[in-house]
Design a protein around this ligand. Structure first.
Ligand code: ADP
Length: 491
């Protein structure tokens, strides 16, 4: 606000005037009703004092001023009132004042009407909400009208005119002073309210941005928290994996040492057999003994060869250079070959085992896989079944389900204790764990089988219990792509 002129810049000034109008409207309406009532009531004084001018005075009151005041009251309910209300009030002021002035100049010695004029000064500058500039101007114009009429037209006594002027000018000054201060305090209040609102909106903005910042921070903290939790989780998983890997590495290391120690023993046993009995060949007493020695040498040789083959396989697997040779073949032919092989098997014949097999398909059924290795797995598992079964039966076969071919080898042998079932497929495990070693094999067979099956995309498991026989079940996918994928992964 311009502190000298007490006027706002035009945009704010408009806002102030609007605000001033809204605040003043009701007061103005009430003021005009009261003024109309007072202007009418003072007509009673006319009846008492203004005998000759009674008619004229009453006409001024009831034909001009009171209707004008009521007209302003009525028009204050229209929308357009805001646009010219101050001018209208100004005009009503002048008209009401002129009405009284006409009465004063006609009855100059009657101080009643001068007092009425004073009331108009006071109500004009305070009551009816006329702004400072308009009320001052209206006051001065009324005084000029009075002087003009009193001196020039009605030739009143100059003493009375002078006395009246003292009062009128004094009253107008007091009115000006009052309306000036009212307007100034209105403007100050308005200005303070605006500043307050501005500060409030600033505080609101700051609050909003603070809230947004807090929300951002909370969000990013939450994200960080989740990330940290994930990281902790990952670390825990890695730690556990590392611990497991360490345990396995330590175990593998221990087992490898044991394996090596056992291997040298395993190899030495058939070697001693070969060399010892080869030396004895010349000393054989008869042909039977000679044949017996030769038999032992051949068996020991075969055993040694078998052992070396297994060690070779294990080395290839360990070095990761094992390659599958996929071909398409009739699975029923393969099962027959295995069956023929075991019908002549020593264990089967000596222990009089009931040996049989069952094909999942009666007709020729072709699959694609590494025939040699699949046969090696089947032979190995069937061989174990015959080896670890003292009496009863050994049955094997396969079934086709969905996209896999599943083999089973079921025996009525000694069975495997539950606690050992997890270990029999582990490399190097047999040698250390087996408590029921029937022969001198190295305990690599099932570990090799499992590795082959894994490479072919399959797996092996056992269902058994000590003394209840065992059933080994293994499968490979029928889809050649699944096998190939497994091979690629291994490479
Ligand atoms: P091994 O050369 O000793 O037969 P394998 O890896 O073929 O080695 O077998 C591991 C061990 O699993 C065997 O020593 C034996 O204790 C147990 N086992 C395997 N097959 C059978 C079975 N059909 N019945 C009972 N035990 C079995």
């Amino acid at each position: 606000m311009n502190s000298f002129k007490y006027k706002f810049s035009s945009e704010i000034e408009d806002e102030f005037l609007d605000n001033y109008f809204t605040k003043s409207l009701n007061t103005t309406r009430v003021a005009f009703l009261i003024l109309a009532a007072m202007y009418s009531l003072f007509g009673y004084l006319d009846v008492l004092t203004a005998e000759t001018f009674l008619k004229q005075f009453l006409q001024i009151r009831f034909l001009i001023v009171v209707p004008l005041l009521l007209f302003v009251f009525a028009i204050s309910f229209t929308k357009a009132f805001n646009k010219f209300w101050q001018e209208l009030l100004f005009f009503a002021y002048i008209v009401a004042a002129t009405g009284v002035i006409v009465m004063i100049v006609q009855l100059p010695s009657d101080s009643l009407y001068s007092s009425g004029f004073m009331l108009i000064f006071f109500s004009g500058s305070t009551f009816i909400k006329l702004r400072y500039l308009y009320s001052s101007l209206a006051g001065w114009i009324s005084i000029i009208i009075y002087n003009f009429l009193a001196i020039s037209i009605f030739k009143n006594d100059i003493d009375i005119v002078l006395t009246n002027n003292f009062f009128f000018i004094g009253a107008n000054f007091i009115g000006m002073f009052a309306s000036f201060h009212m307007e100034i305090s209105d403007r100050k209040n308005f200005d303070l309210l605006r500043q307050l609102e501005y500060k409030n909106s600033e505080i609101r903005d700051i609050n909003l941005s603070l809230e947004a910042k807090v929300k951002d921070r909370t969000d990013s903290l939450m994200v960080k928290n989740i990330e940290l939790n994930n990281e902790i989780l990952q670390r825990n998983i890695i730690e556990k994996k590392l611990e497991k890997a360490k345990e396995r590495a330590e175990q593998a290391d221990k087992l490898k040492s044991t394996f090596l120690a056992n291997m040298s023993h395993e190899i030495r046993t058939p070697m001693n057999g070969i060399i010892g009995f080869a030396n004895l060949l010349t000393e054989a007493e008869d042909e039977d003994e000679l044949n017996e020695f030769i038999n032992i040498i051949v068996n020991s040789g075969e055993h040694l060869l078998n052992l070396i083959n297994e060690i070779m396989d294990i080395s290839k697997i360990e070095a990761g250079i094992l390659k599958l040779e996929i071909q398409t073949f009739n699975i029923n032919e393969l099962t027959k070959e295995v069956n023929d092989m075991f019908e002549m098997n020593n264990d089967v014949i000596e222990k009089n085992l009931e040996f049989s097999y069952n094909n999942g398909k009666d007709h020729d059924f072709f699959i694609s896989s590494d025939r040699m290795r699949l046969k090696q797995v089947l032979v190995n598992v069937v061989n174990n079944a015959c080896k670890y079964t003292e009496r009863g039966s050994v049955k094997f076969g396969y079934r086709i389900s969905d996209d896999i071919i599943e083999f089973y080898v079921k025996d009525t042998g000694i069975g495997i204790p539950e606690e050992e079932q997890n270990f029999i497929f582990e490399r190097f495990m047999q040698v250390t764990l087996s408590s029921n070693s029937v022969d001198e094999r190295a305990g690599l067979g099932l570990a090799i089988c499992k590795t082959y099956l894994k490479i072919m995309g399959g797996d092996i498991r056992v269902k058994s219990g000590l003394g209840n026989g065992s059933e080994f079940i293994f499968h490979i996918p029928l889809d050649i792509d699944d096998q190939q994928k497994q091979i690629d992964d291994n490479e």
